[in-house]
Design a binder for this molecule. Structure first.
Ligand code: IPT
Length: 954
């Protein structure tokens, strides 16, 4: 005897893509046909399993009495019903495809709507769902329309015959888990719900069905060829080109091409008997030629990002303004390409990419990563039973998005292993659209793909690939290379971007990469600031691995984005070949420099004394010129001197206003000279203290206690930093993760043994040994204090002893100042943080901040906020000058407190501001998923000497 009534919900665990939906077709935002948005407030009944409730709710007249309300588009788990779950690649349910757990949160959604009184009574109507996770069954006025899977793909149903003027009952049953979940194992939050638009579309008689805009560009003749295939007869008009042709007919006319740099779109119309659909046509030709991806005859260099859809409150339900914000931020930060990791985005995002200009790799909604845990056994992409579902996903992506000039590659999916299903997808896509390339990183031999793609390869390996020394299949060796993911932007970092960019620019075969990833998937949380994996009590989760973006959850740019912006700037400004010249190189692929105005300024000790325009010819892409700088301003003899050259937009563009800085460079003229302090004061031992110039010290320990009226606390050598995500690395890295080595070695618990306090004629010398318990290795550390009566100078000498097997996180001093300390000024790198391999965007100048603003609010607290190349800093009534330049940071908690915090809200201001003045910092790297810092950025343990002078400022 069987108790479970499975037939009604058998579709949930069926490998098929669904039934009842219309064939996929091109998506467009609007036409002259009527439409009715069904977004808004819906009623929701959440059940713990897929089959606990009957479906009588779909019948007209059903009383939804005590049902909750949810906003559509939205995810119910972000609206107070159940909780989100974050896993990277582990399935949060037993792997037994296509079966899913009995505990299968199921949201019955109900919406009653009237047709507008003027809703046409002729023709048909279609109901469109742009995205529902993960499986839905739909009824209208009690009639079962069908069910579907494929969360981030559209599904349409014919409904005209069921509509009534008023009181239409739309019922949608959404299951969190389904067979489709096995295909949607992307590294992200599991967020069930109707998370994209629901729209009723009127389809007048003779309206447009599917259509395919083919718009190519011949870079030799300068002509574009347009042909629009349409399932329904119609005409295509493009007024600006005087084009008026029938569907299916091709026409060749002189045009301006579309590129991401020059996104020229021509407005047109596809008019059938019953409908006029606006077209935005971009002419461009994407081909593989000479082993390179060429657009309009030229190779392109992708300066890309991987973009997940994310909003800290709405999850993957993004409104148009948020999408636009992403595009504008990308454009303003010199990004020229997006991989839509790992599913087709809301289609309106691609309209924006067409309009503002971004190259797009459109990726299918497919990832089966969790099967890696069983050596890919039973992987759906290698099981013919699943192939219809895979082909359905490929078709829904390609048909939906095929009319976007921005889309230059189709990607089969991400991290799905290999298999016949993928091959079938690639074959179908190649057959349907020969005008674009096919991408899939998992196809190591490039059997099915047109580009060799990898993720997180080291600099050295990428260089070998550039030199074509990487071997591989014959086919692969003929193909261009991209890094579809690199530079894991988790927490502080990524480091090493500039080094990758140099390599990309050195070898033709390397056509750039896509930083992982665009945005931190932190969820706004009343108590935690932003929540990450585990914060909702998930039994299985991957912590803050979802917070690895170039922008914070609220889209504030992180230092990583500013670094990337500088590294990929489309104009290089550097020292010229002869004295007094600056070399300007146009690194665009298509645009000349006519959109930019250049200006120079001249700084003495970081202060601009004069500025002017620098005429730069409209260099073609790839060209450079050495330009003579003006005579240095008169009367600027002393001090450190430099030129700063900036390239600014000459006019307002769609993505930034006139004057927006696109690129900059600095050319040193003279170097920083630290002030000399003559050791003319003698240390005096009093009853309670030692006095030396303006300073006092504790007599027994030689510890600095004050400089003038400024009380100073706990000054000593510091080698520890709060581990960054990149320091910690990942479990699957074979390389050394310094974060854990530092902890094992004991760098977070160094002991300071006092050996002697010596009062000399002109110096107070304090000898110590700094070492962790249980280790023989240590640092003999000597603090030598001198003064000229006004200034106090500290020279620190560090001599390593014993067997040091690890580099140091940092090497410098730290001390505490009064908690009221707030304002900071400095001359050095800024305005933002920098580390040895993330310092490209650090601009030498005079900067100001508060202690709080010096902090970078990484979602999981970690080392942050260092300013590089600091000559002097003023803080808490002290002016500190470095010899040589130093790394400066200050915070209201200790590095140890920072290290133990899990969320920003764990950090509370203490009664001290802790200042770090560092002689050295270890690099950042990208080891939270990729390679660690390059060896030249390791802070090796070796003898070191560095000085600071202190002067009371008030
Ligand atoms: C790679 C995934 O493709 C991406 O989705 C994300 O998880 C990223 O890593 C890390 O944040 S896969 C990695 C195991 C190489």
């Amino acid at each position: 005897m069987s108790f479970r009534t499975t037939t009604a919900i058998a579709y949930v665990e069926d490998v098929s893509p669904g039934s009842g939906a219309l064939p996929p077709r091109a998506w467009y935002a609007f036409s002259d046909a009527r439409s009715l948005s069904l977004n808004g407030s819906w009623r929701l009944r959440l059940s713990p399993t897929a089959d606990t409730e009957d479906d009588s709710f779909a019948e007209p007249g059903y009383e939804a009495g005590n049902w909750a309300e949810v906003t559509v588009p939205g995810h119910w788990v972000l609206q107070g019903h159940g909780s989100p779950i974050y896993t990277n690649h582990l399935y949060p349910f037993p792997v037994d495809p296509p079966r899913v757990p009995t505990e299968n949160p199921t949201g019955d959604h109900l919406r009653v709507f009237d047709l507008p009184s003027d809703w046409p009574s002729d023709g048909q109507s279609v109901l469109r769902f742009d995205g529902v996770e993960s499986c839905a069954r739909v009824w209208l006025n009690g009639t079962d329309l069908g069910e579907f899977k494929g969360s981030r793909l559209p599904h349409e149903f014919t409904v005209g015959h069921l509509l009534r003027p008023g009181g239409n009952v739309l019922a949608v049953r959404v299951h969190q888990w389904s067979a489709g979940s096995y295909l949607e194992d992307q590294d992200q939050w599991w967020l069930p719900g109707i998370f994209r638009d629901v729209t009723l579309l009127h389809r007048p008689a003779g309206s447009v069905l599917d259509f395919f805009v083919h718009a190519s560009y011949d870079h030799v003749t300068g002509e574009g060829t347009l042909k629009v295939d349409s399932d329904v007869d119609g005409r295509i008009t493009v007024p600006a080109l005087a084009v008026d042709v029938a569907a299916g007919e091709s026409v060749t006319v002189p045009v301006e091409p579309w590129t991401a740099e020059t996104p020229k779109l021509y407005d047109g119309v596809l008019a059938t008997e019953g409908e006029r659909v606006p077209l935005r046509i971009g002419f461009r030709t994407v081909i593989l030629e000479d082993g390179l991806i060429k657009v309009n005859g030229r190779p392109v260099l992708f300066k890309g990002v991987n973009r997940h859809e994310w909003h800290p409150e709405q999850g993957r339900a993004l409104d148009l303004e948020t999408m636009r914000e992403d595009v504008l931020l990308m454009k303003r930060h010199n990004i020229n390409a997006v991989r839509t990791s790992h599913y087709p985005p809301h289609p309106a995002f691609l309209d924006l990419c067409d309009e503002y200009g971004l190259w797009v790799i459109d990726e299918c909604d497919l990832e089966t990563h969790g099967f890696t845990e069983q050596s890919w056994r039973d992987n759906p992409v290698d099981d013919d039973r699943w192939t219809p579902a895979l082909l359905d996903r490929a078709a829904r992506m390609v048909e939906r998005d095929k009319n976007h000039p921005s889309v230059v590659m189709w990607s089969l999916g991400n991290e799905a292993g290999t298999g016949r299903g993928l091959t079938a997808m690639a074959a179908w896509i190649h057959g349907r659209d020969s005008s674009r390339l096919v991408h899939y990183e998992g196809d190591g031999d490039c059997r099915d793909t047109d580009v060799y793609s990898r993720m997180y390869a080291s600099h050295a390996e990428v260089e070998r690939i550039g030199q074509e020394l990487d071997g591989g299949t014959h086919k692969r060796r003929q193909l261009p290379f991209i890094l579809c993911e690199y530079a894991h932007a988790m927490g502080n970092g990524p480091g090493g971007l500039a080094d990758y960019q140099r390599i990309f620019e050195s070898y033709e075969r390397l056509q750039g990469g896509f930083v992982w990833e665009w945005i931190d998937h932190g969820i706004k949380h009343a108590d935690l600031g932003y929540a990450y994996g585990g914060d909702f009590g998930e039994e299985l989760h991957d912590g803050n691995f979802c917070c690895d973006g170039l922008v914070f959850p609220d889209r504030t740019p992180s230092p990583g984005l500013l670094e990337y912006q500088k590294v990929i700037e489309p104009v290089r400004i550097e020292v010229g070949g002869t004295d007094g010249t600056v070399r300007v190189t146009n690194r665009h692929d298509f645009a000349d420099l006519s959109a930019l105005a250049f200006e120079w300024s001249y700084q003495v000790d970081g202060e601009t004394v004069e500025a002017g325009a620098l005429p730069v010819p409209a260099l073609a892409p790839g060209e450079s010129a050495d330009l003579t700088l003006p005579e240095p301003p008169a009367g600027t003899r002393g001090g450190e001197r430099q030129w700063t050259i900036r390239a600014l937009l000459t006019t307002d563009t769609s993505w930034a206003p006139k004057g927006h800085p696109v690129a900059w460079g600095q050319l040193p003229v003279t170097a920083w000279q630290a002030p000399s302090v003559t050791a003319s004061s003698r240390p005096v031992l009093g009853e309670r203290q030692i006095t030396l110039g303006p300073a006092t010290f504790a007599p027994r320990t030689g510890a600095l206690t004050s400089i003038g009226k400024v009380a100073v606390d706990g000054l000593r050598l510091d080698v520890f930093r709060a581990a960054t995500d990149n320091d910690n690395g990942t479990s699957w890295q074979d390389g050394v993760c310094f974060g854990s080595l530092w902890r094992t070695f004991g760098l977070h618990r160094m002991r300071h043994r006092l050996d002697s306090v010596e009062l000399g004629d002109d110096a107070l010398t304090v000898r110590t040994r700094v070492a962790p318990a249980a280790r023989e290795a240590g640092l003999a550390t000597v603090y030598r204090w001198t003064s000229d009566g006004t200034r106090l100078k500290l020279t620190v000498s560090v001599t390593p002893e014993g067997d040091w097997q690890v580099p140091l996180p940092r090497l410098g001093i730290r001390f505490g100042l009064a908690g009221s300390t707030d304002h900071v000024r400095w001359f050095g790198g800024g305005p933002g943080e920098a580390y040895p391999d993330t310092r490209s965007a650090s601009m030498l100048g005079r900067w100001e901040s508060t202690v709080d603003e010096l902090q970078t609010p990484y979602v999981r607290p970690q080392e942050n906020g260092a300013r590089a190349d600091v000559r002097w800093a003023e803080i808490g009534g002290l002016r500190i000058e470095g010899d040589p330049e130093f790394w400066f940071s200050a915070r209201r908690w200790t590095n140890e407190q920072l290290d133990t915090a899990a969320h920003r809200t764990d950090l509370t201001a203490g009664d001290r501001v802790w200042v770090n003045l560092d002689h050295g910092q270890h690099g950042i790297g990208s080891q939270s998923c990729g390679p660690g810092p390059l060896s030249q950025y390791h802070l090796l343990v070796q003898p070191a000497e560095f000085s600071f002078s202190f002067l009371e400022t008030k």
